[in-house]
Design a protein around this ligand. Sequence first.
Ligand SMILES: [Zn+2]
Length: 242
Amino acid sequence: MIMYRPLPFFNERKLPISTLVIHSMAHNADEGIKQLEALQLSAHYVVDYDGTIYQCVSEDKRAWHAGVSYWRGETDINSCSIGIEVCHRSLGQSKFNKKQIASLIELCHDIIRRRQIAPTMIVGHSDIAPERKPDPGKDFPWKELAADNIGIWYGSRFCAQADAVEMLSTIGYKTDTEQAVQASAYAFCRHFLPKKIIKLPVKKLVDNPYPDDCKKLLSDGEFMTALQNIYCQYRIYSKTNC
Ligand SMILES: [Zn+2]
């Protein structure tokens, strides 16, 4: 059952819906919706700790959740996406509640089915804004969601290698500056290789979503292996010859 908590912060979409953006917020739904209101922001849905889903903006409208962002060449992510906030005290830096994830999975299935969203277009806020945002966080259960056909996870195939920047860019990340490459490499780990991510107090994490020294990731063997595999999954799903 979906509860309604309308927020007035939305406008008309300029693009068709193609993308699902998952966030986390360090509040329960009531506090979080009040905070969105205070900041004149919004999301289509907020999933509370206990799995209760609140709808704040109609899916047909452009909610204000992505901010300055980029995925696969598109920068007006608010216009082409549905945004879901998942309530989580430590911003995704500890295990999520089972009931809450079950409820989120059900909501995602419904949206993906109705809106025909491709697995390559199911992303976290940190994937589309790696220089600014750490959510939904390193312990968000992307693997569990992918096992339920929501998004992409590792496969058994490996295809032709490319250099790290080209692979990050093919997956969808912003790589136009040295800073963006480093932040994107860290965001990739936050999504696909969470053991590389350091747990931080929420305030510190919000102020500094990626560390200064993550350049070394680009020469890390484990990172490159994971990147190659996910790159291959993306190419398969994008129907590019592998
Ligand atoms: Zn967010």
